[in-house]
Design a protein around this ligand. Structure first.
Ligand code: AMP
Length: 647
C-alpha cells in the first residue's frame, strides 16, 4: 500500500509533507525547495505544462498563459464569482451556472485540471523523495469551502492520480501540527491564517481530541501579495522621482506598456524579497541595477517604512477577527491559544497586531525579541503560539492526519496515557490490573504474587490488556513462564513489574524474589491500539459491568470455598480418630452444602449462586472452628517436639 502524504494545496504556494518514524516533515523538490508556487504555465497546445518556480518566473512575461491563484475558482460557478475576482491576467470564462473555464491556447481548462498539474508535481517530488509510488493523499481546504469546492479538490487529486483519503480543514490541520489536540477538552483556539493571497480567521473547539470549526471569516483577496503590490507602487514612485522610467499610471497599479512587464517583474521580486528580509532585519538595501540600459536604482528601505506603508492592509484583517469571534459567540479572552499560519504572519507587525487584538497586552514590549519557536503568554488572554513554521503548519498537519489514517502515529496521540488497563491473569482466570487505564506514561508498577497450588514449579505470566474482569474477555498481549523450586502453595514469591517506556513499549518482568532469577518480555502493542478498538473495549466493559462484577465475585467466592474444602478434608482425614461423630457429621453436612452451592455454576456463563456459596462457606468456617483449633494445637505440638521442647 502506498504511503499517504499530506498536501497543502494553497492559493499561492503548495506543499507536500510526510511522517517518517513519527517525525513530520515537508518534502523538498529536487532543488531542495519546500514551497511550490501554485502556478502553472501552459506554453502551447500539446506542450507539457510547467509548474511551480519555473512557471512563476515566466508569469510576468507570459501573463496570458500562466495560471495562478486558481484555487479561488475551484468548484465555483461563473455566476457566483464577483467581477473583481475574475480580474486575473489569464483569460477566465464563467458565465451563468456553468463552471469556470480558463482558455489556454484555445483549449478550455477547468480549475481542477490546473490544480491537478500542481498536485502532479507534488506527487512526483514525493515519489522521488520516498523512492516509490505515491497514490494516496490527505488534502487541506479552507474551512469555508463548501461541498462543491471540496468535491472539486477531490477531483483535482484524482486527475493527478491520487486517491484523496480525506479532505481536512486548513485550520484543523494547523492545530494538529501544533499538537493542540492534546489540550484539555473544550479548549478554544483561533487560527489566524494570512498567506500570499487569502486571509481567514477560524475559531476551533476541541472535543475529545476532535476539532470543530465554530466560525470562520476572512477575505479571499487579501494577503501578502497586497503588501508586495503596495511596495511595488512605492518603488515605482521612487524610480520616477529618480529620473527612471514611468512604470505605473497614477492609479498606481495599472501597467502602462507591455514592455515594462519584465521590469515590473524584477521590481516585484525585489519588493517581496525586501519585505521578507525586513521580518528579521531592521533595514535593507534594495538594488535594481540596469533597470533600463542607462538607469540603475537603489534605495535603503527600513522596517518602519514598510510598516507605515502596509499597516492599513493588515488592519483590514481585524474586522474579520472580530466577526469570527462574534459568530463563535466568544470574547478574545475566552480563547486558550491563537496560532499563526501563513508566510505573511512572520512579519513582526502582524504578530504585534494579532497580539494586541487578542489581548496579549504585554506583547508589544517583547516584540523585538520574539522569534519563531517561541510562545508568548500574556498576563490575561490567550497564548500567542508561534512554535511551528507558519507556512508549513497546514502541510505538516495534513501529514499527521495522513499518518493517523495509515494506522501509524497512534502512539503520538496516545503516548501520554495508557489507552487501556494492563494486567495479568491470576488463578481462577481473573484479570489483575497492574497499570490502570489512563495512567500517564512512562510508568513503572508492580505487585508480588504467589502460588495457589502445592508443589507448583512455575508461574505463567499471561499479560492482558483491557477493562474486563475475566482474563478471557481481555486481549492477550503475550505469555511467558517463570520457573522456580517446587514448594508448598503460598511460599514462592514472584514479583511482577510492568514498565511502559516513552516509546510506548511494555516491558513485563517477573522475578523469583528468593533467587533473583528473572525473565523479561517486551510487548510493542501496549499503547498502539486503534481508537476504535479502545472505544469498543470500553463500551463492552460498561455493557457487561454487571455480569463482570458477578463473575469476579463468583470466582473469588469459588476460590475461597475451594481452599476451605481442601483444608477441611485434609484435617478431617488426618484427625479422624480425635473427632466426635456428631461433630464430624456437622462438618460433613457443611461440606456438602458448600459442594452443592459450587454446583450452581452455570455451564455457559460460568457463574453460580454467589450469595448461596458465600453463606455455605461461612457456615463451613464456623463449623470447622473446632477442627482448626485442633489442627493448630497439633501443629504446635509437632513444632515443639521437633525442637525437643516436649516429648
Ligand atoms: P503562504 O501563502 O502561506 O505560502 O504565504 C506566502 C506569503 O507569505 C507571501 O506573500 C510571502 O511574501 C509571505 N512571506 C513569506 N515569508 C515571509 C517572511 N519571513 N516575512 C514576511 N512575509 C513572508
Amino acid at each position: 500500500m502506498s504511503k499517504i502524504v499530506g498536501i497543502d494545496l494553497g492559493t499561492t504556494n503548495s506543499l507536500v509533507a510526510t511522517v517518517d518514524s513519527g517525525i513530520p516533515y515537508v518534502i523538498a523538490d529536487a532543488e531542495g525547495r519546500r514551497l511550490t508556487p501554485s502556478v502553472v504555465h501552459v506554453g502551447g497546445l500539446g506542450v507539457e505544462p510547467v509548474v511551480g518556480h519555473k512557471a512563476n518566473r515566466v508569469r510576468a512575461v507570459r501573463p496570458l498563459e500562466t495560471v495562478y491563484s486558481v484555487k479561488r475558482f475551484m468548484g465555483r460557478r461563473g455566476s457566483d464569482i464577483p467581477r473583481e475576482e475574475m480580474l486575473v491576467t489569464y483569460p477566465v470564462r464563467g458565465d451563468g451556472a456553468g463552471p469556470v473555464e480558463i482558455d489556454l491556447h484555445g483549449c478550455a481548462w477547468t480549475p481542477e485540471e490546473v490544480s491537478a498539474e500542481v498536485l502532479k508535481k507534488l506527487k512526483a517530488d514525493a515519489e522521488r523523495a520516498l523512492g516509490g509510488p505515491v497514490t494516496r493523499a490527505v488534502i487541506t481546504v479552507p474551512a469555508y469551502f463548501n461541498d462543491a469546492q471540496r468535491q472539486a479538490t477531490v477531483r483535482a487529486g484524482e486527475l493527478a492520480g491520487l486517491t484523496v483519503e480525506r479532505i481536512v480543514n486548513e485550520p484543523t490541520a494547523a492545530a494538529l501540527a501544533y499538537g493542540l489536540d492534546k489540550l484539555k477538552d473544550q479548549s478554544k483556539i483561533a487560527v489566524y491564517d494570512l498567506g500570499g493571497g487569502t486571509f481567514d480567521l477560524s475559531v476551533l473547539e476541541l472535543n475529545k481530541g476532535v476539532f470543530q470549526v465554530l466560525s470562520t471569516h476572512g477575505n479571499t483577496r487579501l494577503g501578502g501579495d497586497d503588501l508586495d503590490t503596495r511596495i511595488v507602487a512605492f518603488l515605482a514612485g521612487k524610480i520616477r522621482e529618480a529620473g527612471g522610467p514611468e512604470l505605473l499610471d497614477t492609479a498606481e497599479t495599472r501597467v502602462l506598456q507591455p514592455e515594462t512587464l519584465p521590469m515590473l517583474s524584477r521590481i516585484r521580486e525585489a519588493a517581496e524579497e525586501a519585505k521578507i528580509r525586513l521580518s528579521t532585519d531592521e533595514s535593507v538595501d534594495i538594488a535594481l541595477p540596469f533597470l533600463t540600459s542607462g538607469f540603475s536604482f537603489s534605495l535603503k528601505f527600513s522596517r518602519a517604512e514598510l510598516e507605515a506603508l502596509t499597516r492599513d492592509i493588515l488592519m483590514r484583517t481585524r474586522a474579520h477577527c472580530l466577526r469570527a469571534l462574534s459568530d463563535a459567540k466568544l470574547e478574545a479572552k475566552a480563547l486558550d491559544q491563537v496560532i499563526l499560519v501563513g508566510g505573511q504572519t512572520r512579519m513582526p507587525l502582524v504578530r504585534m497586531l494579532v497580539g494586541e487584538w487578542f489581548a496579549c497586552s504585554e506583547f508589544e514590549e517583547t516584540r523585538g525579541d520574539l522569534r519563531l519557536g517561541e510562545s508568548y503568554h500574556a498576563a490575561s488572554g490567550p497564548v500567542l503560539n508561534t512554535g511551528v513554521n507558519p507556512d508549513e503548519a497546514v502541510a505538516i498537519g495534513a501529514a499527521i492526519q495522513a499518518e493517523i489514517l495509515s494506522g501509524g502515529m497512534k502512539h503520538l496521540l496516545l503516548l501520554d496515557v495508557t489507552p487501556l488497563s494492563l494486567g495479568l491473569e491470576t488463578f481462577g482466570g481473573l484479570m489483575n490490573v497492574i497499570i490502570p487505564r489512563n495512567t500517564t506514561i512512562p510508568v513503572k508498577a508492580g505487585e508480588v504474587f504467589t502460588t495457589a497450588l502445592d508443589h507448583q514449579r512455575s508461574m505463567m505470566i499471561h499479560v492482558l490488556q483491557g477493562e474486563r474482569e475475566r482474563a478471557q474477555d481481555n486481549w492477550s498481549l503475550g505469555r511467558f513462564e517463570l520457573e522456580f523450586e517446587r514448594a508448598p502453595k503460598g511460599v514462592p514469591r514472584v514479583g511482577v513489574q510492568f514498565e511502559i517506556d516513552a516509546n510506548g513499549i511494555l516491558h513485563a518482568l517477573a522475578r523469583d524474589i528468593r533467587t533473583g532469577q528473572q525473565k523479561i518480555m517486551d510487548m510493542k502493542s501496549a499503547v498502539d491500539v486503534s481508537d476504535a478498538d479502545v472505544q469498543k473495549m470500553i463500551e463492552e466493559s460498561v455493557e457487561n459491568a454487571f455480569d463482570d462484577l458477578n463473575a469476579r465475585q463468583w470466582i473469588e467466592a469459588k476460590l475461597k470455598a475451594g481452599e476451605t474444602l481442601m483444608a477441611t478434608r485434609k484435617g478431617m482425614s488426618e484427625h479422624a480418630g480425635e473427632l466426635e461423630p456428631a461433630y464430624r457429621q456437622r462438618v460433613e453436612s457443611a461440606l456438602r452444602v458448600v459442594e452443592a452451592a459450587l454446583e450452581t455454576e452455570d455451564s455457559r456463563s460460568k457463574i453460580g449462586d454467589t450469595p448461596r456459596l458465600k453463606a455455605a462457606s461461612q457456615e463451613l468456617d464456623e463449623a470447622t472452628l473446632q477442627l482448626a483449633d485442633l489442627m493448630m494445637d497439633r501443629a504446635m505440638e509437632e513444632m515443639l517436639r521437633k525442637q525437643g521442647l516436649i516429648q
